[in-house]
Ligand binder design. Sequence first.
Ligand code: GTP
Ligand code: MG
Length: 202
Amino acid sequence: MQVKSAIFVKSAEKASQCPPQTLPEFAFIGRSNVGKSSLINYVANQKGLAKVSGTPGKTRLINYFLINGGWHLVDLPGYGYAKASKSVKQGFSDIITAYLEARDELTCLFVLIDSRLEPQKVDLDFITLLGTHGIPFALVFTKTDKIGVEVLKDNVSQYANTLLQSWEELPPMFYTSSSKRKGGDELLAYIDECIELVNTNK
Ligand code: GTP
Ligand code: MG
């Protein structure tokens, strides 16, 4: 899939303010600072579409983008930002929970994982939560430009082994670098496949 148009639709403070559910929806989620907004800009091929910052906790709203007039790409607030006050952290999880419960059109939730780190409890807990709620997801390992191939392989296989302790099969996995513009084509091809599947099942 080629992205021909990417338009900012709206920022929602809560799930009830999200756009009507008429289009397939794909969302990026993950720890604060993992690279969600950067990946949106890279995949949508538009610098500055989603706000990027060196300060974790930048994205506090649910941001909707319309891609090729046919599907929504959603930038969600980060979870597990250690420096956020308790009430803000709580706010994040409430907004995310309400979002996940409300959006029937959510076709795949991409859980972004910092490829530099060994499996983190906060990510594993979140993935487990998705499993118990039957939410379709895929894993996206970000910032792969910051590490060597061997470290990446090692961290990914640690993830795979940890997940296989409680899952029968692994979710789809992607490897990206927004700064080196890598992995976006694979992500878009997968989104394309998902949209086709949605259309054939209608
Ligand atoms: P919040 O909105 O705070 O939850 O953060 P986010 O997940 O949207 O992360 P964001 O895209 O704002 O990126 C955080 C920082 O990581 C920024 O300084 C980015 O420039 C940097 N960054 C993001 N993706 C990459 C990448 O692929 N490679 C490198 N080297 N840096 C990246
Ligand atoms: Mg962001």
